[in-house]
Design a protein around this ligand. Structure first.
Ligand SMILES: [Cu+2]
Length: 179
């Protein structure tokens, strides 16, 4: 009996690090045209240095990590080919005008207030699925909660599930539209 308890304890301990060391906070996505969209969040790395190497979501035909660069006097959007370094014990911001996850060829409508899962894959082998809330009205720099929160933190202000947003599109559960 005791031996079994130990085995369970070890299994739990072994499973912990991959999940607990990297977290995402204040994840939201928006679109301006229902063709392309972008997601923004913070990645909090509580563990050793790692790297974000891949992103996946079902809401678009193509999902890429992008950044903005300043070149020839203008700001351009670029795909990040070799991943995003996540230094130990640091927070990396995916924000307007900077790093973002880009959705090209949206396969479902970005309904205000709806949610979808975004999976982040890291060089260490860890994966993190982030609950992304669609907030087309979010202004750059505005934060849903004081600390940027972790993904479980309820977003204040924008109403909870089911509450129809002011836009009038309402509806939760966003049925995918046939193209
Ligand atoms: Cu982009």
């Amino acid at each position: 009996m005791l031996r079994m308890l130990f085995a369970v304890a070890i299994a739990v301990a072994a499973a912990l690090p991959a999940h607990a060391q990297i977290m995402a906070g204040d994840a939201y996505a928006r679109t301006a045209n229902q063709k392309t969209g972008a997601a923004f969040f913070q990645i909090l790395n509580h563990g050793p240095a790692d790297r974000l190497i891949d992103v996946r979501a079902d809401v678009a035909r193509k999902v890429e990590i992008h950044t903005h660069i300043f070149e020839d006097g203008i700001v351009k959007m670029r795909q990040v080919e070799d991943g995003v370094p996540l230094p130990a014990k640091e927070t990396v911001m995916f924000e307007r005008g900077g790093l973002h996850v880009m959705f090209m060829g949206l396969t479902q409508r970005f309904e205000q207030g709806a949610h979808f899962p975004l999976t982040l894959r890291f060089e260490s082998g860890a994966e993190l699925t982030v609950d992304v809330m669609i907030d087309n009205d979010r202004r750059p720099g505005a934060s849903a909660s004081e600390h940027g929160g972790h993904s479980a933190a309820p977003a204040s202000g924008h109403g909870s599930h089911g509450a129809a947003p002011a836009s009038g599109h309402g509806g939760h559960g966003a049925a995918p539209l046939p193209e």
